[in-house]
Design a protein around this ligand. Structure first.
Ligand code: ATP
Length: 319
């Protein structure tokens, strides 16, 4: 196995009494599309800021492609392209110039910088705005520009902090396409998002962060399998009784019969459904419709982070 894109051991950051990062262990393999999910204040931005050298850690180690983010800052930082949540952009220059300056700062010769600026502006679809000031771009174009700026140094690790915050569905999809394409060409992506659909669609793996700790690391699919799905079956005629599904399969948690409509709540509903169909068929019931309402990552996420939050409240009160 090669060097991981990100390797974090017991990472800590405190602000006074607040443990923004409270012993994080995390490995992001090269080439992966990795999501960082967590409620407000979980520590996502602090985590990113440590990686890019904007925040000094209080303890532990953080490496980017094997380079320590503090002892070997320049090498670590040169691997990273960052699109932060906030628009920290020089607003008075045409955006193409902003990109050229940025490339220059990272040691790219002038001619090549101009070429790259054009290339990334085309890639995110705002090349025709190249002579416009950042201030004069629309909200969606500003988001595109943030991505272009992150790409100007041709990074191996692209860090996106809420890349589609506040943009419409159409643009969100376009940005997704661009990012997926980059990932498929080998760029490692670390993404934080509040749009669970985004994580579900894009990420191979997500880490759920809460109160500065990693609660879990798994694929979105694995996480969703922990929640329960509803298998909704419509029968031709309202039955008086149905087979005891829960006795047959311990993934079944609840069975609810309402006239012709049978709702079976189960983990891994997609795998349970064929068995349900077989049993109903054997018992002589005719099925006219079947639908599986999958649990969303959002539901699992809320479930996983809620108890932590409840526990956090009294501690805050004591301080
Ligand atoms: P959000 O989803 O709202 O962006 P987040 O997961 O990015 O949240 P952080 O911004 O990393 O969370 O904040 C983690 C904790 O650290 C919060 O309790 C926050 O108040 C605290 N914190 C962050 N930056 C500072 C700072 N500069 N000074 C003091 N406390 C800070």
């Amino acid at each position: 196995m090669g060097t991981p894109a990100i390797e974090i051991r017991d990472l800590r950051k405190s602000y006074g009494d607040v443990q923004a990062l409270d012993g994080i262990d995390l490995t992001v393999p090269e080439g992966s599309f990795f999501g960082l999910l967590g409620p407000n204040g979980a520590g996502k931005t602090t985590f990113i800021n440590v990686l890019v050298g904007l925040v000094r850690k209080s303890g532990g180690t953080a490496r980017v492609f094997g380079h320590d983010v503090e002892d070997d800052y320049r090498s670590a930082r040169d691997h990273i392209g960052l699109a932060p949540q906030e628009f920290n952009v020089d607003r008075f220059f045409p955006i193409r110039e902003v990109l050229e300056h940025k490339a220059g700062y990272h040691g790219v010769p002038r001619d090549e910088a101009a070429e790259r600026a054009d290339e990334v502006l085309k890639r995110v679809g705002i090349y025709d705005k190249r002579d416009t000031r950042f201030d004069w771009l629309s909200g969606g174009m500003k988001r595109r520009f943030m991505l272009a700026r992150a790409l100007i140094t041709d990074p191996d690790l692209l860090i996106l902090d809420e890349p589609t915050a506040g943009v419409d569905v159409q643009l969100r999809r376009e940005l997704w396409e661009t990012i997926v394409d980059l990932n498929q060409r080998g760029t490692t992506v670390l993404l934080t998002t509040h749009y669970i659909e985004e994580a579900e669609r894009l990420c191979d793996e997500v880490a759920i962060l809460d109160s500065g700790r990693v609660v879990d690391v798994a694929s979105p699919e694995e996480l969703m399998d922990r929640g329960t799905d509803d298998v909704v079956i419509k029968l031709r005629e309202a039955p008086t009784a149905v087979p005891d599904f829960a006795a047959e399969d311990d993934r079944v948690e609840e069975v609810d019969l309402d006239g012709e409509r049978l709702v079976v709540t189960a983990r891994q509903g997609g795998l349970v459904a064929p068995d349900l169909v077989r049993q109903l068929d054997r018992a002589g019931h005719e099925i006219v419709d079947l639908e599986i309402q999958r649990t969303s990552l959002e539901e699992v996420f809320v479930e996983m982070t809620r108890p932590e939050e409840e526990r956090a409240t009294p501690e805050v009160a004591v301080e």
